[in-house]
Structure formats: structure tokens, C-alpha cells
Design a protein around this ligand. Sequence first.
Ligand code: CTP
Length: 403
Amino acid sequence: MNIVVGVTGGIAAYKAVQLVRLLVKDGHDVHVVPTDDALRFVGAPTWEAISRHPVTTSVHDDVARVRHVALGQEADLVVIAPATANTIAKMAAGLAGDLLGTTLLATRAPVLIAPAMHTEMWQHPATQANVATLRQRGVRLIGPDSGQLTGDDSGPGRMSEPEAIHAEVTRAMVAGRDLAGVRIAISAGGTREPIDPVRYIGNRSSGRQGVAVALAAADRGAAVTLVAAHIDEGVLGQVSAHPGIRIERAGTAAELGERMDALAHEADVVIMTAAVADYRVASVSDHKLAKEDGAPVLELVENDDILAGLAAARRPGQLIVGFAAEMPTADESVVERGIRKRRRKGADLLAVNEVGWQAGFERPDNTVSIIGADDTVIATATGSKREVADALLDAVRDARGRA
Ligand code: CTP
């Protein structure tokens, strides 16, 4: 495998020497990309000797090979150890002022970071916001550990040991493209059921969770078609340029159902994250309703259950996955409700999360329990929608392995 090890300017840079040594020993092709600051801690000759590749910090060296993008494009994985607060901030902002910055922008490979800094810097809201941004984009964190820092202080901020980073990198490489070649159809966002030409019945779904599943699946090698109902401004932009994702639009539940049914003929996995309206207006007015017409009485008719239909028509080996947003009731927990819903719909997996006025919608973080075909909770995940997406895809991968 082709691995880029980014080294930034912290005292823990000396520990990254051991990480590079372990990766080279495993037979990987390792390119070290230090920042200028990192070279004040460990010099280029050391990195060149242990990685057996030339080392530079500048985008102006090896221009003929367009090295500033080639390293990122060719990488199977990028790991930054140590990742300083400054580098984390630069990554969050997408700055590309040196070779490490351009490499990070040019790569589509998984990126792992091992932060190292003083506790105050780690806990600073700016650092935490930057880390949240990176996690949302799929960057994975290793550590930081809690322990002795440079000087007399101790607390969270210590870089994980090189052996632990090496183990995480190895795990990420195995899992890296575990969905390669798998065709996945994903629905996302909220449907809008028209009342008249300018009004509709909608819901609060932002589409974030579905978009996160699409991104994670594509990053893991799947060929993804995303059927997008109404999705918040900016959220769809995160996936529109991804080469592994094709986007189709759907407005109403009926349109979404039609698209998903068509895609299911080809798909190995179908994931319904869309918030599908259960009802539509029986007779849509073709002129804009006016107050002088009097208060309208809307008759609603039930929409087809798309997920249940997909599950009933499931091809052998095909996996059908649903999502459910639930509130606990007096006599049933969220998970119990999810178990009943999975059975009712016939899905292979159902990810259930708790919603309320405050929880679940329009927020970057989420907690879900994933219910399997045997009515047990096979996994729970809390974190960014991307982390929840990856946990769901782990369950998809495992269920496909059993099929
Ligand atoms: N779903 C669907 N078609 C519908 C309604 C829902 O395919 N007409 C899918 C959603 O995409 C989701 C799952 O079913 O994957 C659960 O959605 P939810 O709205 O919780 O299901 P409902 O059947 O509407 O359940 P409830 O009665 O609790 O609203």
C-alpha cells in the first residue's frame, strides 16, 4: 500500500519515526511529508533514511511529477502524526500553503490524524470545532491519549503511542475499501407533497444522515446512486463532486418510490434514509388556494410504503436497510418500537434513532441503534452523522458477508 505520513511541528514528531519504521517493515511504500516546523524536531535525513524516499516540504520540488498533487492522488491512506492544533485548523479551513496541505486536498484516500498538543489547546473551542468539522468530513481520529505532556503538565493531548497508531492504520487499510464494487442505492431528505402550485406538506429532515451514508459508502469503494428528495442547502454540495456518487432528484413520495424501485433492479444494497411522507393530498389544486376561497379542508390519502415494497421484492442476496426516527412512548422504548417497525417492513437492517423537538433533526450529531434480522441490536453508534454512517455500513458489510 502507498501511505503518506504527514508529520507536523510537535515534540511527538520523534515518535512518528517509529510509526514510519513499523509501516515500512510491513512492506508499505511510505512517503513522509513533514511541515517546515516538523523538520525543527526531526530532520529530513532521518525521514529519508527510514522511508527510503526523498523528503521535501515544498510544492516547488519535483514539479515535473506534479508532486504536490501526485502524492495525495496516489495515496491509499494518509496519516498525520503528530497533528498539531495549527495543522488541524489548517485542514479544517482547507489551506494548501505547503506540500502537506496540497497533498491533503488532492487525496480521496482515508485520512487519520493523531493529535498532539497541550490540554488547554486540545480543549479550546476553536480546536474542538475544527476537529468536529474534520470528523464530519470523514477524517478519523486516533487519540489523543491522556498522560504526561511536554513539561510538567499532564492531561488529554498526548499523542497515542506509535504502536497504537500503527494498529489503527492497519485496521483502516483493511476496512478502507471494503465496499469496492458494491452497488448501493440510497434515498435521502424529506419528500414534499404538493397542496397547490406553491404549497406543500413537508418535514424537518435535512438529508444530512443520508448524504453522510452516501459519502461514506463511496469513500469505501461503493458505486452509489443517491436519490435526493428535499435536502438542505449546502448539504447536497458535499457530494455533488464525488466521482463515486450519482445524484437523481425526486420531489414527492411517489417519485422517490419510482426511482428507488427502478434502481433496486441493479442495486446490491438499498438504503432508505429519506423521510417519506406517509400521506399525500388527495386532490392537488391546480390553482393557488386563496383566503377568499375559505379555509381549505385537505383530504389525505396514504402513500405506498416504499421500504416495505422494496423488501417484499428483494432479490436473493440483496440487502434492504431502513431508518426510523422514533420517540419513546409510555410502554415502549425507542428500540422496541424499532424492532416492531423492522418486522412490519421486512427490512434486513433498521437503524433507529430517537427524535424529539430537540433531538435528531438539523444537527450534526446522531445516536442510532442498528437492529438486525434476528430482532437484536447488533450495534449502536453515537457521533457525527459520518461516524453513524460508517457504523451502519460496517453492519451492511457484515450482513452481506453472512448472506
Ligand atoms: N418509508 C418508506 N415509505 C413510506 C414511509 C416510510 O419507505 N411511505 C421508510 C423510510 O424511508 C424509513 C422507514 O420507512 O427507512 C421508516 O420510516 P418511518 O417514517 O419511521 O415509517 P412509518 O411507516 O411512517 O412509521 P410511523 O407510523 O411510525 O410514522
